[in-house]
Design a protein around this ligand. Structure first.
Ligand SMILES: *Cc1c(COP(=O)(O)O)cnc(C)c1O
Length: 239
């Protein structure tokens, strides 16, 4: 058991180094630097000791998917130099459990969610940054605002004063090839730029969150400034 754990820790050290180098290279290729890209680790199923090890290496953003899991680990995360965000599907009635624990909610796509986040944030005297999740491939199996409805959605969501519209997030469809994949990434980047250009009150296109273990380099090349990486950093998930 002890040995397995040490192995995993060593692997995470190596993987972290590899991924940060890749991110820096892709950032350069897209006219940015590594500082422009947030490497957020997707920490679902990962032991908090392993997460804290990654944080000790310099990781400064983590994201959880499930409210229950976040709460069970919350007291043990070492968050002094690290941001905790929520990246999973968020049921309206569970928002109250995490609202005072996360620095951003990445997966908002109904006005009901916006209302609830806003109401709870106002009670705490904060303004919660949220990303609008976009169903860029218009897949029936996925949540997210449809691309043609993004603008209308944001125009309504921005009126809730307990939230700050901080950007967009997406998970593209599984694609046969990188060209097709990069077309989805580029399409959402285009929306991101268009919306930014409109300079709407309470809308800040600071964050374009896309790209996971298998495609973070392509995402950065297409304009992502946040990537969410799980298995490439921590190894295959054990459910
Ligand atoms: C799990 C997860 C990731 C990371 O997936 P990997 O393929 O393991 O890198 C990214 N984003 C979300 C929303 C996730 O749930």
């Amino acid at each position: 058991m002890e040995k397995l754990y040490l192995n995993q820790i060593n692997n995470v050290t190596e993987n972290y180094k590899f991924i940060t180098e890749e991110i820096a290279n892709s950032a350069l290729k897209s006219g940015k630097t590594s500082e422009d890209i947030t490497f957020l680790a997707a920490t679902k199923t990962v032991d908090v000791q392993v997460i804290n090890h990654a944080i000790s290496l310099g990781l400064n953003a983590i994201g959880e998917n499930r409210v229950q899991e976040l709460l069970s680990k919350y007291d043990e995360y070492n968050l002094t130099n690290c941001d905790l965000q929520f990246i999973g599907t968020l049921q309206r009635n569970k928002i109250k459990n995490i609202i005072d624990k996360v620095s951003q909610i990445q997966s908002i796509y109904t006005i009901d969610q916006v209302k609830e986040v806003s109401k709870l944030s106002e009670k705490l005297g904060i303004k919660m940054p949220i990303l609008i999740e976009v169903n860029i491939g218009k897949e029936e199996s996925k949540g997210g605002v449809m691309p043609e409805a993004i603008l209308e959605f944001i125009d309504e969501a921005r009126l809730y004063s307990g939230v700050k519209i901080n950007g967009l997030m997406t998970i593209p469809p599984i694609c046969d090839n990188k060209i097709e994949l990069m077309q989805f990434f580029s399409l959402i980047h285009k929306y991101f730029i268009d919306i930014e250009g409109k300079k709407m009150d309470n809308v800040y296109m600071n964050c374009l969150s896309m790209g996971m273990s298998s495609d973070y380099n392509e995402a950065i090349l297409c304009g992502a400034n946040m990537v969410r990486i799980g298995s490439s950093l921590f190894g295959a998930r054990q459910y």
